[in-house]
Write a protein that binds this ligand. Sequence first.
Ligand code: NDP
Length: 448
Amino acid sequence: MDSYIESVYEGIKEKDPDQPVFHQAVLEVLETLEPAIKKFPKYKEFAILERIVEPERIIQFRIPWKDRDGIIQLNRGFRIQYNSAIGPYKGGLRLHPSVTQGLLKFLGFEQTFKNSLTGLPMGGAKGGSDFNPKGKTDSEVENFCTSFMMELYRHVGQFIDVPAGDIGVGAREIGYLYGAYGKITNLHGTCVLTGKGRTFGGSLIRPEATGYGTVYFVQEMLKTRKDDMKGKTVCVSGSGNVAQFATEKCTQLGAKVISLSDSSGWIHDPDGIDAKKLAWVMDLKNVRRGRIKEYAEHFKVDYSAKGSPWSLKCDISLPSATQNEVDAKEAKALVDNGVIAVGEGANMPCVPEAVEIFQEAKVLYAPGKAANAGGVSTSGLEMAQNSMRFFWTREEVDAKLHQIMVNIHQIAYETSEKFGDKGNYVLGANIGGFLKVADSMIAMGYLS
Ligand code: NDP
């Protein structure tokens, strides 16, 4: 590794030694930036790498809330405002017991490059809490979200920072957060959050966008090999927002999805999860808030609490649950079973060794910051519609989303070619996302 790049990487490890997942994300990006750093000495001269790895601002706060028995509970909340060089901070909120500052720094860092790739004016951010919404009543979730917003409202706004959903934050949570924001500030109709309900400013296709976008990106990768989705067997992990709509789009395009999972286990349905079965899953997960095991009981298919869907034979793999869910052994199994494309619906679901295995085997591999950028892109489209006080139709938003995914693919593909490793989407997406942010930072002076 180039000594300048190495010194930046060593610097973040020294400053925050207890944030391994953040180190992993930074290393993955820095390693691939080497050709750009060598070609353009200005990035070293203006200390761009040192600045880009450091969040502009980290906000941490306490969130007291009352549970169903009236007992006061306490959680920790964060908002990491990473980079505002190209627009207001933008990125999701995650509610999961594993949330720490280091985890959100990894996600906010990734988000900065992802948002740049979309071509829309959005900076990078991420936030959330170690609150676990699982098993909570609606009232408890509402109490928590209201208390969360009691602090967050000071730091967000349509021209400042615009959060959205992520793991554990869906339509219900965004509704409570937005309601609390309106009550606290008396500002209404402002795009302070995206992923809002359709009746109060949300964009059509936003719920579908991340899953659909991931499949659109995979479609573009397949086109480079004169192939398409039709007739392909697909393994999907997760059963939340991204997994559900990735499954829907695959099925619409003539592919067959044979797996889904949650944090307890995974199901294998060799006949495929068609539209009717998917509607059942959506009701299970979004309304009844049950476990994927119930799918196996209802449709009489295999369920396992051990291992993962990556042991199955498939053409396409779409990891759509969480970070580091595909290890080297699983990647090898996928390759041995003939996988031709991997599209990351989740953020950083493949460990670095797994990525190497895919790349060595010439599997079409799309990193999350490119493949799952459809969600934030459509959030950008929600911001645009709210500013116009106007709504686009489902078809209009879907067409724009599709075009954005085609553009992101083109940027990643052409950048990989320009920097000497055609078809390396990791390199293409990282450099493609980096250049715009870095050049903006230089143009706006050293304080940015
Ligand atoms: P959801 O909360 O809707 O679903 C998450 C799914 O992943 C659930 O099935 C959940 O199972 C499973 N999961 C979560 N944590 C773990 C874990 N530690 N081990 C195994 N399974 C786990 O989240 P989303 O679908 O929104 O997000 C999924 C991924 O996609 C995340 O990486 C997120 O950052 C990324 N992403 C999401 C975007 C969006 O628009 N929603 C945009 C871009 C990226 P269980 O219910 O048991 O916890």
